[in-house]
Design a protein around this ligand. Structure first.
Ligand code: NCD
Length: 322
């Protein structure tokens, strides 16, 4: 919402805030969200329906494909008794195809709903939407290679659920550090806590954007590596990612770097330890072999996916003042 663009930090008050970046959150805000998430987990598992969001309508407008983010937000609203307006691919199925501007689209959907959740291929679109909206909060469900705050929050929740802390952790992030918005948000999140050390494993072409390195380097130790040989053996988590094909100008360039690093049982035996958890925002397209799924510490299709809905239930409820 335009009038609040300058007061974006959460500061333990979620109500009415746009959720655009992990930079808005302090550890206290994250703890508050996690306490609410614990309660949401119980609500979701309870046979009795919740009516916390009864009468609330949330618009989901996704300009890019999505399985988990779209449907877990929709499920989150419905779990709490609210309803959704769902616009997938507005470039084809809405007035966007006739040339309507983003700003006009936002102004229209805020007339119909209490919140807008938006995914878009261009960095900064969530902020632009927030500036256009006068009355309702905006949640960023991924803006190009920018950020994906709700994914990072569910990733942090998953790490916290296993280790009971978010500080003094050693982690590995692997794959597309350049284009992976989930990595960008997760690093911003982890940088709020002391003593975290993250190894960033990627081909040289896909290193973290320099401006992000500059923004974070004082707050979190980041070690960029380009060979599996340099992986640490004491990591708490490995966060594998897909090389983001849709961000490449040429298919040839993508083919050159795709699946440079594959998570398989051999690599786990060599470099992981008994406590290391294996995470991935999904979808995976070959960079984690299916043999790894049987590992009890492979959380990507288990806790990490489920937590997505619980965290989003908590976040939507808090932002709607519930
Ligand atoms: C991610 C995304 O869209 O950024 N997916 C997701 O939301 N879980 C990761 C990806 O597409 O690789």
């Amino acid at each position: 919402m335009a009038q609040r663009a300058d007061a974006n930090t959460i500061n333990q008050k979620f109500k009415g805030k746009d959720i655009l970046s992990l930079d808005q959150f302090s550890p206290k805000d994250i703890s508050l969200l996690f306490k609410k998430t614990d309660r949401m987990k119980i609500i979701a598992k309870n046979a009795k329906p919740s009516d916390l969001l009864k009468g609330k309508i949330v618009s989901l407008i996704f300009y890019e494909p999505s399985s988990r983010t779209f449907n877990s937000h929709a499920a989150a609203v419905k779990q709490l008794g609210g309803s959704t307006i769902e616009v997938l691919d507005p470039q084809h199925f809405s007035s966007v195809s006739k040339g309507e501007t983003l700003e006009d689209t936002i102004r229209v959907f805020e007339a119909y709903s209490d919140m807008i959740i938006i995914r878009h291929p261009v960095v900064g679109t969530a902020k632009k939407s927030a500036d256009a909206a006068e009355f309702v909060p905006i949640i960023n469900a991924g803006d190009g290679i920018g950020e994906h705050p709700t994914q990072a929050l569910l990733d942090l929740y998953t790490i916290h659920e296993r280790f009971g802390k978010l500080n003094n952790l050693t982690g590995v992030m692997a794959g597309d550090m350049l284009n992976g918005r989930t990595v960008h948000s997760l690093l911003r999140g982890l940088s709020k806590y002391r003593g975290n050390k993250i190894y960033l494993l990627s081909p040289k072409e896909l290193k973290l954007p320099l401006d992000l390195v500059d923004q974070l380097k004082e707050k979190i130790e980041m070690i960029e590596i380009s060979s599996e040989k340099d992986l640490p053996t004491d990591a708490h988590f490995w966060y594998w990612t897909r090389v983001q094909k849709e961000r490449f100008k040429s298919l040839k360039d993508y083919e050159k770097v795709k699946n440079t690093f594959i998570l398989n049982n051999k690599l786990i035996t060599k470099k992981a330890n008994k406590k290391t958890i294996f995470m991935h925002p999904l979808p995976r397209v070959g960079e984690i072999l299916e043999e790894v799924d049987l590992n009890p510490n492979a959380l990507y299709l288990k806790n990490e996916t489920r937590n997505g809905m619980y965290v989003r239930m908590a976040l939507i409820a808090l932002v709607l003042g519930k």
